[in-house]
Unconditional design. Structure first.
Length: 62
């Protein structure tokens, strides 16, 4: 994946998260949980893109 595409995706994710935090009224604990989940998902996705972790298809939940 080219680095410019990676940067564009990260900017779009950041802007969407900022818009949700500023313009959708919700309880602060729900906002915090949403932010943490999005950040963890982006970090895992970035680790997968850069090859630090293997394929995510081998991970089982439950």
């Amino acid at each position: 994946m080219p680095i410019i595409n990676l940067i564009i995706i990260l900017v779009v994710i950041g802007v969407v998260l900022w818009l949700i935090n500023n313009y959708i009224p919700m309880q602060s604990t729900i906002k915090t949980i949403l932010n943490v989940v999005v950040i963890i998902a982006v970090v895992i996705w970035l680790l997968n893109v850069f090859g630090v972790i293997g394929s995510l298809s081998g991970i089982r939940v439950g």
